[in-house]
Design a binder for this molecule. Structure first.
Ligand code: NAG
Ligand code: NAG
Ligand code: NAG
Length: 470
């Protein structure tokens, strides 16, 4: 009997597991995972990154190298063991089947190698009409994270990711690229703007380019791409949480998260984000950001702490300004506990550009006038936060420059003929250099020559980008 019941339990858990796994699988219309600079495909967390040596539409002007890292720890994932390195402008093109927002993730690991010194890396990256990285050296501020994630609206055609060394003597590189169409409900078109003057409605968000600058799982553990419905990473909030009151504590929920229409979907936030929270009387989180942009702030809520419905009311503040008064989470979630909900706010930090130290966004939750006096009450809670930087009026996410300024870097028109002559000389020199290098390093480095638009790129680039912030 005991064995039988154990079997039944086992069977049930198998059914439960497989059903939760199948509900985890969002299948995007467009999905490209590329292992750059490698001759072989590699699988990370059940995801197959294909080699860019063969199957990927990839164009380079002269001077692309596949680089194998040296002295890497054995636990470094395959995609971070190789890189493609560019001495000149290069691009990857991805055909897009479905119009809409695409997630573009660029992976960077500055490999050490005796053949090429990636300390010489400094480059710009553009995605379609947007500058996404400028004068980037391949090191992320937070060295534990190797991914930069962008959300790019694509109307038709393709996603084109360009790598442009910032000067002739500099290099560009990339270890892996992901281009994935996002679910339709990931970025809503409308959000609430919050400022000192109050709140308002802001439209047209869906078509902005964005960079994900923070994605935190409040009160919880790190969520890795393996466990996320859209292969995202959510990090714990401990470094950003500013304890205002000592009564706050972490909450953890082991029951089922009840996703429902009108609330957040599992793609908006996975179970692992909604089943943890911080609960307290008045709590704040502080996110350092750079000024000169608008930011989309998405706050995730799921009442996993109340004993019954209708007892949790609180106010939401952004930078000390009231963003949402008397938030009644029971009402918002159709009177279901443990049902997820999110709110989108926009703050404008474009006017703060004169602050060279940058700025920060403070997100707070605190008691409202409707907070009940019941002794079991929960005053306020928060489960997750995402902060997305929005492109500036130049279409850029990294400085006051346009893609044209990056890509057409002729210093000025009068010098164009001299410039072209110089480019021709550089071409000859480069091919000579390539031949010499090839002899020198033989099999260790494989040079990729693919059908390319060298002429066009060479004319247009030159990589002498000189625009700087005014
Ligand atoms: C995935 O989530 C489960 C449950 O929260 C956890 O036990 C496991 O370690 C996670 N796996 C990874 C690779 O993050
Ligand atoms: C409480 O209500 C009063 C009067 O309506 C209002 O002025 C005040 O801002 C409210 N306070 C909070 C914290 O909601
Ligand atoms: C973002 O870039 C687009 C052009 O690509 C532009 O139309 C839009 O106004 C920009 N957004 C902001 C907030 O300036």
């Amino acid at each position: 009997m005991a064995i039988l019941s154990r079997r039944i339990v086992f069977l049930f858990s198998v059914i439960f597991l497989s059903s939760s796994i199948s509900s985890l699988s969002f299948s995007p219309a467009d999905e490209y995972l590329v292992n750059c600079g490698s001759n072989v495909d590699s699988t990370v967390d059940n995801r197959r990154f294909v080699s860019d040596a063969s199957k990927v539409k990839f164009f380079s002007s002269e001077g692309s190298v596949s680089l194998q890292g040296e002295d890497l720890a054995p636990n470094v994932p395959q995609i971070y063991r190789t890189a493609r390195v560019f001495a000149r402008q290069a691009k990857y093109e991805f055909n897009v089947r479905e119009k809409g927002t695409h997630m573009v993730r660029l992976h960077f690991n500055r490999l050490s190698s005796s053949q090429i010194d990636l300390n010489d890396a400094e480059f710009h990256v553009t995605v379609n009409g947007h500058v996404v990285l400028r004068n980037f050296n391949g090191n992320n501020d937070d060295s534990s994270s190797k991914v930069r994630e962008f959300l790019i609206w694509v109307d038709v055609g393709e996603v084109v990711v360009r790598f442009v060394p910032s000067e002739d003597s500099k290099l560009a590189f990339v270890n892996a690229i992901e281009v994935i169409s996002a679910p339709k409900d990931l970025i809503a078109d409308v959000a609430t703007s919050v400022s000192r003057d109050g709140t308002g409605k802001l439209n047209g968000l869906g078509k902005q380019a964005m960079e994900v600058v923070y994605r935190i799982n409040v009160g919880g553990r790190k969520v890795t791409p393996f466990n996320d419905t859209l292969w995202r990473t959510w990090v714990p909030d401990d470094d950003l949480f500013k304890t205002v009151d000592a009564s706050s504590h972490k909450a953890y929920f082991t029951g089922r998260i009840k996703y429902r229409p009108g609330g957040a979907s599992r793609e908006v936030g996975p179970d692992n984000v909604y089943n943890t929270a911080r609960v307290g009387n008045a709590m704040s989180w502080d996110f350092p950001v750079s000024t000169g942009y608008k930011y989309l702030i998405r706050m995730h809520f799921c009442d996993i702490a109340s004993k019954s419905l209708g007892m949790l009311y609180f106010n939401v503040y952004i930078n000390g300004n009231l963003a949402y008064q008397d938030f009644d989470i029971s009402d918002a979630t159709g009177y279901v506990l443990a049902s997820p909900y999110y709110m989108d706010f926009v703050v404008d930090l474009t006017a703060d550009s004169n602050n060279p130290l940058g700025s920060s966004i403070t997100v707070s939750v605190g008691p409202s006038n409707k907070t009940s006096v019941d002794e079991h009450r929960v005053d306020a809670m928060l489960n997750g936060v995402e902060i997305m930087k929005m492109n500036n009026s130049m279409g850029s996410l990294d400085g006051f420059v346009s893609t044209d300024m990056i890509l057409t870097s002729c210093p000025n028109r009068r010098n164009l003929s001299i410039f072209i002559a110089m480019m021709a000389f550089m071409c000859i020199f480069m091919s000579f250099y390539v031949v010499v290098q090839r002899k020198k390093v033989r099999d260790d480095i494989s040079w990729t020559k693919l059908p390319m638009d060298v002429r066009q790129d060479n004319l247009k680039s030159g990589n002498q980008f000189s625009a700087r912030k005014p």
